[in-house]
Each structure stands twice: as C-alpha cells, then as structure tokens.
Design a binder for this molecule. Structure first.
Ligand SMILES: [Zn+2]
Length: 257
C-alpha cells in the first residue's frame, strides 16, 4: 500500500508512514505518522505514554499535544504549550522559532499537514474530522499563513491528507442538522445520498478546500485509504477503537531539547 507523497515503513513501534517532502521543505521539517502497532496499542490514545517511548528517539524535545475539540483553534509548537499541559486546539504551527515538536491523534478523522516556504518556512498539523472539515480548518490555517508571511506564494505550498475514514464507511443521518449543513457546504463530488443517509468523502473535501485556496493540485497528496477498511494499518473509532489512536508527529529536527 503506497501513495505519492508518502512512504510506508515499520519499526519496533509498528507501522510508520513518512510524509515525503520536497527538498526545499525537508531541510527544515520532518513529519511522520505512527500508525497501528504495539506503541499505540499500549498508549491507548495518551500522548504522554507515546512520548515516554518515542521521546528518547527525539532527544526528549518538549511535545505539544493539544486536547482536540473539533474546532479551528491553532496553537504554536512552543514549550510553554507542551506536555503535561493540554491546551485545547486542533492545529499546531511549527516555525523556525518553535521550541517543541507538534503532535495530534486520530481514529477516522483526517490528519492533515500543510507546509510552505514564504520568506520563512512554516508547517501546520491539523485535525480535520467531520466538524473540522465543515469549519474548514485547512483554509483557516492557510489564511493564517498568508497573514503571517509577507511574501506568501501559493505555488510554494504542499499538503498531505493522511488516512481517514472513507465515504463508503462514513454516513450521517439526513435528519442530523450538521449533515444537512455539510451536504450544502461540501463540493458535490464529496457528498453521496443513500436512503436516509448522506455519505461524505472527508479526504476528498479537504483536498477540494486546499485546492480552492490556490494550492497547486500536484502539490496535494492524499493517502487514499479508509481507516475503517484498513484495520491492519490504522485505528477506527467507528469500527470499534474507542481509545487507540494513530499519532502524527512533526517538527524541526534542530529544535533543542
Ligand atoms: Zn471503509
């Protein structure tokens, strides 16, 4: 199983998916998704438990691991926000000033990474589930990047949409007001009607949102795999994983511990 922009490997923690960056970005950032495996099985969604295992491999750099609340708040990868603190947020920004690594956790919601180079490099980790996608957290991050960077260039932006639940496994009842809202807000190709349900393609909609902002389509990579169908690789809340989560980690390798 592999997709352009990603490289599936594994180590003693379990399955690890590298986000492959163009050289202009890779000299600043790394981003990798720790998917199904022993480490995340045992951590049961607790980022402190993950960092007790992984932290040693990353020189025990402080880790930002927000409490995800399905909103659009974005915090900085700063040691003042780091564990054991759990500020509420669904996005983390990494820049050259970051004093911590960034992380988020997922089981069906889409992990999204958007990074670019303006006068300075920047990278956002985002949690875009149904609610986050409906609120368009991807565009919120891009708008923030545009505001923060004077020499903003949409051609120098890349995005990775990581594994999330697929439309074939993700339905919401038509009498759910948020489903009606999404059926109007999402691009038509990402909404399917079936009896009393709507089905939503979250990954497709996030790609549409990022592309609508002006990021080149060729720079948007999707790991087009459903978390509920690929249980050997991922956890799925809808398929019964109440606590276990995949773990998205990113940072600047030169960050001091
Ligand atoms: Zn599926």
């Amino acid at each position: 199983m592999n997709f352009t922009g990603f490289n599936v490997t594994n180590d003693d923690t379990g399955i690890v998916i590298e986000l492959e960056m163009p050289q202009r970005l890779s000299k600043y950032f790394f981003a990798r998704l720790y998917a199904k495996g022993k480490m995340n099985d045992e951590a049961a969604g607790d980022p402190e438990a993950v960092w007790r295992v992984l932290g040693k491999r990353y020189r025990d750099v402080p880790l930002v691991a927000p409490l995800q609340v399905h909103g659009t708040n974005i915090i900085e990868a700063d040691k003042d926000n780091s564990l054991p603190l759990r500020p509420e947020a669904d996005g983390v920004l990494v820049t050259e000033h970051s004093s911590a690594f960034a992380s988020l956790r997922f089981a069906d919601c889409a992990p999204v990474v958007i990074a670019g180079i303006s006068e300075k490099p920047w990278l956002y980790l985002l949690h875009s589930g149904f609610k986050g996608t409906l609120q368009n957290i991807a565009a919120a991050a891009l708008a923030e990047a545009e505001q923060r960077n004077r020499l903003f260039n949409k051609g120098n932006i890349w995005a990775w949409i990581c594994p999330a639940i697929g439309a074939e496994c993700y339905s919401r009842r038509k009498d759910d007001p948020s489903a009606v809202k999404a059926s109007n807000a999402f691009s038509a190709e990402n909404v399917f009607e079936e009896d009393e349900y709507f089905r939503f393609d979250l990954k497709g909609e996030i790609a549409s949102q990022i592309s609508a902002f002006g990021v080149p389509k060729d720079n948007i990579y999707t790991f087009d795999c459903c978390t509920s169908c690929c249980r050997d690789y991922f956890y799925s809340y809808r398929a019964g994983d109440a606590e276990k989560r995949i773990f998205l980690l990113a940072g600047m390798p030169k960050t001091k511990s």
